[in-house]
Design a protein around this ligand. Structure first.
Ligand code: SAM
Length: 811
């Protein structure tokens, strides 16, 4: 049988075991297996027996011979205590060296005494840990020193004889992040940003903190449940005071925040709000801001606080209180917490910056809090979403930004945010109820609102919506409200989306399709240029770069008359196939093309037969129309008839791709009208993959803002061949059909059939204002649909025609 002493004194056993290893088996008493196991566990960590023994001995006494506290979590307390002890040894040695060097004798008065709160600055090195146990109430301060100094049986350890602090014990686990900051300062003394957290305060009080011993002492058992209350200490708008911890000064505990960030601007937000949910609460104070999340689960009471002063100092604190005497709740050291969190959170999440620390992140959190709190409420969109960042420090969870394991659903990192980060936390409490958040996950949530970019920054450069892609700047003007045009990618040239076969190979351009014999400006050439082939041997452009009047008039007449000899009817119309009705082809106008000179031609870039390819040269503006048509395009200066305005630019899609796009789109999406490139479908039987169109919804240029006008629009669209003689693909260029006044809106006739119920994109209610508007319902309920009109005077004749056409746009 072991003697009582042998069982209870680990060191006694250890010494015996060490000195008499060979006789162990022969001894009548065997070593306490718990001691051996503890030593072995430390050996596994590389800690020699000689180091473990004294610490173990003291812990054993400190924990009142409760082995389960030492053994919990694979001897974490023991390991932590040893590390603390080793740290202190180093510090003590350094201190002694420094003292010897300076010849100074360390004055006792500089030492901390938390019990008497002699020095408020002590808070900088104080870490209050605690967790209520069945019998003991321990507080560990972050006073460091030699654990050997602990006096067995004492309820409070005062190590003043060696400059160590009196320390208190409470098993109320609560560590304020300002304490963590201060501890961090020990490691990062030269880090300027933290001067406010610890050292400034020290200077204020003219006290020099000393590294003092880790201290553990007993307090009489406290049986009442810990509570968290909010009070105002005059500096922060909310502080947490644990009632079972009367011996800890609030001032010490909350003296210095982990990261104090001076505000760039003062707070605008003032909250006075209480949103108690099951397990969480959010509190705001009307003298500043405070976010407080409590998790009042059965076994654990955790608290996460961000508090701020009216002057914009921000403080973070975390606490966890065990109320059920869980034996696995223990006092981790601050270093251990930081190290674990650093290792598991930062490394697990593969944070690239190797020097980043939890302290840095906390500091950043304070800065973000301040930044978000000081954004005027109007800048935060109600519909914005919030990112939930989970921190489960005392659970040892390694999720810094992963809420999926927290009962929030797969990848559901987002929740609806409200106007301020404060209110976001209230939202979290509701969500938590829904998802039945496990009570053991007593972590803390931080909510980072995502702002709607539209409210913070316009989706376009309002000075130039073309982003420099065009030769001229295109201003966005809104004289009506403060809305911006919706986001899209500005492109100055068409781009193939995916399947469209658009082949610009030089080999396909034959001699008859280029003017290799020309030189300089083809328009002034005495020889007939091959590039006039499409336009009957003469150029479509004048030397001014405008369309020749005759060419333009003939063209307008053609598109208004839709002469039968120029209409092509497909046997199996790709356009009709893409509609739900799949009706017979209504005919496609076989159009006249303009052919511009290009790469294979002998002329130069400023040749007069290169207008469209040079891009926009007119002064244009995107503006919000007062008639409710949305955004429109207008010319700043007056334009002559036949002036090139812009090209319709978008993604080049096959008809099938367009159909699939329309299938996928929800009814709410705003569509620009895709332009069907059907100007020359007559040349061969058209196949689905050859039938192309341009969609400017997502990628486009200013032409996507040109609104529709029935019949008397001031723009006309003309197909232009540039890179390829293959007319499956061509450019759609807009020219003025008449002189246009300065600041007049530019419009074109989409050729919409307002009666076509099978159209994949439903027609809008036309507000073109034209007296010939065919989108207006007639008295009998019919819509007027004017497909072909020779002139305005002929309008009456056409009232009954109700002919739908595909010219202009296929859709
Ligand atoms: C190509 S976009 C023109 C630009 C558009 N207004 C915008 O704000 O983006 C076509 C859309 O503009 C609107 N629109 C164009 N012409 C219109 C008209 N005459 N009357 C009413 N709305 C029109 C319709 O919503 C249509 O779907």
């Amino acid at each position: 049988m072991n003697t009582k002493e042998e069982i209870e004194d680990p060191q006694h056993h250890l010494i015996k075991a060490k000195l008499l290893p060979s006789s162990r088996s022969a001894m009548t008493t065997t070593p306490n297996p718990r001691v051996v196991k503890a030593i072995d566990a430390m050996k596994d960590l590389g800690i020699p027996e000689v180091t473990t023994k004294p610490v173990l001995k003291n812990l054993y006494k400190v924990f009142n011979k409760k082995w389960e506290f030492i053994e919990a979590e694979n001897y974490r307390v023991l390991a932590d205590a040893i590390f603390e002890y080793q740290d202190d040894q180093v510090d003590e040695a350094k201190k002694r060296k420094d003292t010897q060097r300076s010849g100074d004798v360390e004055p006792q008065s500089k030492r901390l005494n938390l019990m008497q709160n002699e020095d408020r600055t002590a808070g900088c090195s104080q870490l209050v840990f605690g967790s209520k146990l069945n019998e003991h109430n321990l507080t560990q301060t972050f006073a460091r020193g030699n654990i050997d100094e602990l006096k067995p049986g004492s309820h409070s350890i005062h190590s003043n004889e060696r400059g160590k602090d009196k320390v208190n014990a409470s098993w109320l686990q609560s560590y304020s992040m300002q304490d963590i900051a201060c501890a961090s300062n020990d490691r990062k003394r030269d880090k300027e940003k933290q001067t406010f957290s610890c050292r400034n305060a020290l200077r204020e009080n003219e006290a020099i903190p000393k590294r003092v011993s880790i201290g553990l002492s007993f307090k009489e058992p406290k049986v009442e449940r810990s509570e968290v209350t909010i009070c105002n200490d005059g500096r922060y708008n909310a502080v947490t005071r644990h009632q079972c911890e009367p011996f800890i000064s609030d001032e010490c505990q909350f003296e210095k925040p982990i990261a104090m960030v001076r505000p760039l601007i003062r707070y605008h937000a003032k909250e006075d709000r209480e949103d108690g949910g099951d397990g969480t609460s959010v509190t705001g104070h009307n003298t500043g801001l405070c976010v407080k999340i409590e998790n009042k689960s059965e076994s654990c009471f955790s608290n996460f606080e961000i508090t701020s002063t009216p002057s914009g100092e921000v403080k973070i604190s975390l606490s966890c209180i065990s109320s059920t005497g869980r034996p696995d709740i223990r006092m981790p050291s601050l270093d251990a917490v930081l190290k674990l969190a650093g290792d598991r959170c930062l490394k697990t999440h593969k944070i690239i910056n190797p020097s980043i620390s939890l302290i840095d992140l906390m500091e950043e959190l304070c800065q973000h809090f301040l930044r978000l709190s000081t954004i005027p409420t109007s800048a935060v969109n109600m519909d914005s979403r919030a990112l939930i960042v989970y921190q489960g420090i005392h659970e040892g969870r390694d999720h810094m930004a992963d809420s999926s394991s927290n009962g929030w659903g797969n990848g559901q990192h987002f929740m609806q945010a409200e106007r301020k980060s404060l209110e976001c936390n209230g939202g979290r409490s509701k969500r938590k109820d829904q998802d039945g958040l496990n009570s053991s996950t007593s972590g803390s949530l931080m909510v980072v609102p995502h702002f709607n970019l539209d409210s913070v920054r316009p989706p376009h450069d309002l000075e130039d919506i073309g982003k420099g892609e065009e030769k001229v700047k295109i201003l966005v003007v809104n004289e009506i409200n403060d809305m911006h045009p919706p986001f899209f990618h500005y492109i100055a040239q068409n781009n193939v989306y995916q399947d469209a076969h658009v082949n610009f190979s030089l080999a396909r351009i034959g001699d008859e399709d280029s003017c290799s014999n020309c030189f300089g400006d083809c328009l002034s050439s005495p020889i007939i240029c091959a590039c006039t082939r499409e336009t009957g041997g003469e150029f479509a452009y004048t030397a001014d770069g405008n369309l020749k009047g005759r060419f333009l008039d003939e063209y307008i007449t053609m598109i208004r008359n839709l002469p039968n000899d120029r209409l092509y009817y497909c046997e199996d119309c790709p356009l009709e196939r893409s509609k739900s009705g799949n009706e017979k082809c209504k005919g496609h106008l076989v159009r006249k093309f303009i052919k511009e000179c290009w790469t294979k031609c002998g002329c130069n870039k400023i040749c007069g037969n290169r207008v469209v390819q040079r891009g926009i040269t007119q002064d244009l503006q995107v503006f919000l129309t007062p008639e409710g048509k949305g955004w429109g395009l207008r010319t700043v200066k007056s334009l002559p008839k036949g002036a090139f305005v812009c090209e319709y630019v978008g993604e080049i899609l096959t008809n099938i791709e367009l159909y699939q796009r329309n299938e996928k789109s929800t009814g709410n999406e705003k569509h620009t009208y895709p332009v069907l490139l059907d100007a020359d479908w007559s040349s061969e039987g058209i196949l689905d993959e050859e039938a192309l169109c341009l969609d400017a919804t997502t990628y486009g240029n200013v032409a996507r803002f040109i609104n529709h006008r029935c019949y008397d629009a001031n723009l006309v669209e003309i197909p232009v061949e540039i890179e390829t003689p293959d007319h499956h693909y061509y450019h759609v260029a807009f020219f003025t059909s008449r002189p246009v006044g300065a600041m007049e809106e530019l419009t074109w006739d989409y050729g919409l059939d307002f009666l076509d119920v099978n159209h994949p994109i439903k027609a809008f209610r036309c507000r073109c204002g034209s007296i010939y508007c065919r989108g207006m319902p007639l008295a009998n309920g019919w819509f007027l649909s004017l497909g072909a009109l020779t002139d305005v005077q002929g309008l009456d004749e056409c009232f009954d025609a109700r002919v739908a056409t595909n010219f202009g746009t296929g859709y």
